[in-house]
Design a protein around this ligand. Structure first.
Ligand code: NAP
Length: 251
């Protein structure tokens, strides 16, 4: 089945949370969707749900921090679905540790996945976008990039760098029709957030909600709606921007 828009989207971290919601949003918008994640079985579960809704979809397993694996994954998408014109990078890992106790390995893993992995995926997708003279990249960062986060220096630093990466790629490839934007979420109910609560690193929902001006947590669909717009034709004059989807937590 060919995609009505003729566009292929890759969503990293597409097997869970806001990445999964984004796969469905982009599918509803007529894209063919490649669900890229660490766990092929989890990606396949999302693909099965997309196909049940009539969406052309493909599961690809890769660790985004592994350059060869990313190159192979994009080659598979290209050969099975076609050139990639939309990229959403939602794959990420989180960690909590006082900065004085942070090991080099823990620091490196967070930087490797969140920052370097995002760059590898953008680098793999850009040639198709350059060839088409059209492209959309949306990077998911974090509100910790905007306001800092105690006990999460590695995470906040990796996400802050994504905002700089967004702006750099937006300037570099804007002249040929590729937009690059960034969404720093906060307080979104996903498996990652539940893990943070289960390990005692994040407060319970009621306490989190009390610190959000809109008074409640967000969902993956809230992020997906913003991503869907930023990937659309209508968002063609928006690039290099950081769009908080956070209930007003950061203004
Ligand atoms: P999630 O439910 O844990 O989804 C993240 C997905 O990325 C998971 O499927 C995970 O696989 C996958 N992943 C992790 N490392 C990967 C790697 N090296 N290569 C490929 N895939 C990998 O989390 P989420 O809350 O939707 O988070 C999505 C993004 O939003 C993340 O970048 C996160 O940092 C950011 N964010 C979330 C919140 C929030 O409130 N939830 C707030 C700020 C920022 P596994 O499950 O197998 O590890």
């Amino acid at each position: 089945m060919s995609s009505p828009t003729g566009r292929v989207a890759v969503v990293t971290g597409g097997a869970s949370g806001m990445g999964e919601a984004t796969c469905h949003e982009l599918g509803r918008r007529g894209h063919a969707v490649a669900v890229l994640d660490l766990d092929e079985g989890a990606a396949q579960r999302v693909v099965d749900a997309l196909r049940a809704d009539g969406v052309t979809a493909l599961a690809v397993a890769a660790d985004v921090s592994d350059h060869a694996a990313v190159t192979g994954a994009f080659a598979k998408v290209r050969s099975e679905l076609g050139p990639v014109h939309v990229l959403v990078t939602s794959a990420g890992v989180v960690g909590w540790c006082p900065s004085v106790d942070l090991t080099p390995e823990a620091w490196q893993r967070v930087i490797d996945v969140n920052l370097t992995g995002t760059f590898f995926c953008a680098q793999a997708a850009l040639p198709d976008m350059i060839e088409a003279g059209w492209g959309r990249i949306v990077m998911i960062s974090s509100s910790s990039a905007q306001r800092g986060s105690p006990g999460m220096a590695h995470y906040a630093a990796s996400k802050g760098a994504l905002i700089s990466l967004t702006k750099s790629l937006a300037r570099e490839y804007g002249p040929i029709g590729i937009t690059v934007n960034n969404i720093p979420p906060s307080g979104i109910e996903t498996p990652m957030q539940h893990h943070g609560q289960a390990t005692g690193n994040l407060p319970p929902n009621e306490q989190m909600a009390a610190s959000i001006p809109l008074g409640h947590l967000g969902t993956g669909d809230d992020i997906a709606a913003a991503v869907g717009f930023l990937c659309s034709e209508q968002a063609g004059f928006i690039t290099g921007q950081t769009l908080g989807v956070n209930g007003g937590s950061v203004m």
